[in-house]
Design a protein around this ligand. Structure first.
Ligand SMILES: Cc1ncc(CO)c(N)n1
Length: 225
């Protein structure tokens, strides 16, 4: 390996540097309570109603990312990956409606909480054409990865996740979704490798903000407003 640079990929490097925040987002008391079976079902229902609102706002963000990929990407397959993600979101919206009716959560009268409104507003700001593709795709990866990591943990060895919550955990914790997140991570890493220092710094700040928003989002399940 003479002369080979032992360089770490950008996202792996950030996850090491911001490991504490990443762990706070992906091992939150709410998802840990699902995993250990102690979850308060009213907290779960609060999360469900709020996340439906979030996902509705996530769709236009994903659509804006598709447009950026079409205009700015150096690799045609990015569009297919993002389109696959949008197709999964279509499925997800239907799933939320079914799941909400199963739990007696009335989506039409669910009021978005402050943390959710702020996160959705942030997503909307990312739809601007001024936000570069590299930044937006890194954000997209981070948003999906937190759910993948959080819910996969609820299904992993030693979990006592209640039967009626396993389907929820499967949605984001399944292997296919894990592979999809790794593909997004590869896209983001590839773009970051080719990016100027200022874009890389902006992308890192973006990941940190998203992790913070995700923590606030989980916190809403406590229902303290
Ligand atoms: C808050 C939040 N973050 C990420 C995802 C992943 O899709 C989601 N559904 N909701």
């Amino acid at each position: 390996m003479e002369g080979a640079k032992k360089e770490m990929l950008m996202i792996e490097k950030w996850l090491n540097q911001h490991n504490e925040l990443y762990t706070t987002a992906t091992r939150h008391p709410f998802t840990l309570s699902i995993r250990d079976g102690s979850v308060d079902l009213s907290a779960f229902k609060r999360w469900l109603g709020q996340d439906y609102i979030f996902v509705r706002a996530f769709v236009p963000f994903a659509a804006s990312l598709l447009l950026k990929a079409w205009k700015e990407s150096d690799d045609d397959s990015d569009i297919e990956v993002i389109l696959g993600g949008i197709a999964a979101l279509n499925d997800e919206v239907s799933w939320f409606k079914r799941e909400a009716s199963k739990w007696g959560v009335l989506l039409s009268s669910t009021v978005p909480q402050k943390a959710n409104l702020e996160y959705c507003r942030f997503l909307e700001s990312l739809t601007s054409p001024e936000v570069e593709y590299t930044i937006a795709v890194t954000a997209f990866w981070a948003i999906e990865a937190v759910y993948q990591e959080s819910y996969a943990h609820c299904l992993a060895d030693g979990s006592k996740t209640p039967e009626e919550l396993k389907e929820t955990c499967q949605r984001w914790g399944n292997d296919g979704f894990g592979q999809y997140c790794r593909t997004l991570q590869n896209i983001a890493n590839r773009r970051l490798e080719k990016s100027r220092e200022d874009i890389v710094s902006k992308a890192e700040a973006m990941v940190i903000r998203i992790l913070e928003y995700e923590v606030e989002f989980w916190n809403m399940s406590r229902g303290e407003t």
